[in-house]
Design a protein around this ligand. Structure first.
Ligand SMILES: [Zn+2]
Length: 253
């Protein structure tokens, strides 16, 4: 088995709405059970990053589990699955929306407005060994901000978690996956482990530019098995190509 690559799974909301940011709780539970049955484990981005820095390779039979945005259903639907399996996950929080809802932009239909994690739930996740990391203060498209505004979003979201937990967060994820080289420079000064939304398993990328697999695309256990054993890489590269083509067509309009 190759330890050259590690899947970093990107989930958002665990709900039955069918939106582009939703995975059903049943599908999520099935995927986590499958990992456990095969002797794999779910770990945080920080664990994977620290292992990679120390050993020069990714940990064996491990998958990084990440949740973007900090929906309350990570606690209500995700935790009861993760806890008995002994898996841990990284949750990227929009710090101004903790105890609030996903109203930073119109939610993708038919998701609607959903509650985000409360500080009390976040404290419990932290105590159980999950990683809480920033996903900016207000979830903006960073490409639309001045670099000073970008720096404030990065620093203030990091500060909010540092004040809560007494430790500086090491991981970060870009809202909407949007960034450029200037934003990347500012981000890597604060966070050693940074997630993008580039669709592939992580291999030799810099730890400040890690690709992830959007779990919206992985709907069957057969696909999930292939993702884990690496045989889905070709499909992911076709998806990546199609997605890039679609965005280049849109941006040229
Ligand atoms: Zn997000």
């Amino acid at each position: 088995m190759s330890t050259l690559a590690i899947p970093i799974l990107m989930y958002h909301s665990l709900d039955d709405s069918g939106s582009v940011v939703s995975v059903t709780p049943d599908v999520f539970a099935g995927q986590m059970q499958r990992l456990a049955e095969r002797g794999w484990r779910g770990i945080t981005l920080k664990e994977a990053g620290e292992f990679h820095e120390a050993q020069g390779q990714w940990p064996k039979k491990s998958v990084v589990i990440t949740f973007d945005d900090g929906f309350a259903n990570v606690y209500s639907q995700g935790l009861p699955v993760l806890k008995p399996l002994g898996f841990s996950a990284t949750v990227f929080l929009v710090t101004d929306h903790i105890d609030g809802c996903n109203d930073w932009a119109p939610p993708p239909p038919p998701l609607g407005h959903l509650p985000m994690l409360s500080w009390s739930q976040i404290d419990q996740l932290h105590e159980m060994g999950h990683e809480l990391a920033p996903h900016t203060v207000t979830h903006p498209n960073l490409l639309t901000l001045s670099i000073d505004e970008v720096s404030r979003e990065l620093q203030m979201s990091s500060d909010a978690l540092t004040q809560r937990f007494g430790r500086t967060p090491k991981s970060f994820a870009y809202p909407f996956g949007h960034y450029d080289q200037v934003i990347e420079q500012a981000t890597k000064k604060l966070f050693p482990y940074v997630c993008t939304t580039i669709l592939r398993r992580a291999q030799h990328e810099a730890l400040y530019a890690l690709p992830r697999v959007d779990m919206f695309y992985i709907r069957t256990l057969r696909m999930f098995d292939k993702l884990i054993d690496g045989s889905l890489d070709r499909y992911l590269s076709m998806r990546r190509w199609a997605r890039g083509l679609r965005s280049s067509l849109t941006s040229s309009c």
